[in-house]
Design a binder for this molecule. Sequence first.
Ligand code: FMN
Length: 207
Amino acid sequence: MKKKVWIMIGIIVVVVAAAALLLPRLFGGSHRGIDNEPEASVAGESKILVAYFSWSGNGQQMARWIAEETGGELFRIVPEESYGEDYGDCVDRAKDELDHEIRPAISTHIDEAVMAQYDTIYLGFPIWWSDLPMPVWTFLEEYDLSGKTIIPFYSHEGTSSGGNSLNRVRELAEGATVLTDEAFSVRGSSVPDSEAEVKEWASGELQ
Ligand SMILES: Cc1cc2nc3c(=O)[nH]c(=O)nc-3n(C[C@H](O)[C@H](O)[C@H](O)COP(=O)(O)O)c2cc1C
């Protein structure tokens, strides 16, 4: 009897560990990193900033539609060291950075005076390991965001709730109002067909 219980516990431990390890590898959607190019620089001529981090392009596409719809200025959070094209390498590095709370350096920055012009920031990211990708941690900690409203949007391949990412934005964006209840998400593989939905959401947020 005792032996059976130990075997059961062993099986449960192995299954849980394997699921934790393999989870992101099992997700569908795009599996290749895109380029590491910044957007054109921002000028602070709009009250809206659309800032995003995207590895395989889904969030980039959503951000571009949101900017079109809202007239917001586009800003890409670009890591100094690219996550490369390979999915496995990206997954491993992301896990290591999250486990050790490493904030990777980013190569794109916004002048303080320009950042001061924005009232609203649409903040886009993919879900990574049920959390916020680490370059977005770096971004949120770099600026004085007090008094600003942050509206998150994200794509995922199963973690539709956003996992821990929305709480993480709240935690890191000190002094900002983070509209977690109004956050918008799309499954990564559905992003190419989601233009109308994304734009409808973005225009609704401005009313
Ligand atoms: C490193 C890494 C970790 C991921 N972890 C998760 C996860 O925990 N949950 C989930 O639903 N999707 C996960 N995914 C899938 C991405 O969230 C999804 O493909 C997203 O649409 C990618 O957006 P992007 O193209 O803007 O980078 C992960 C992808 C990568 C590369």
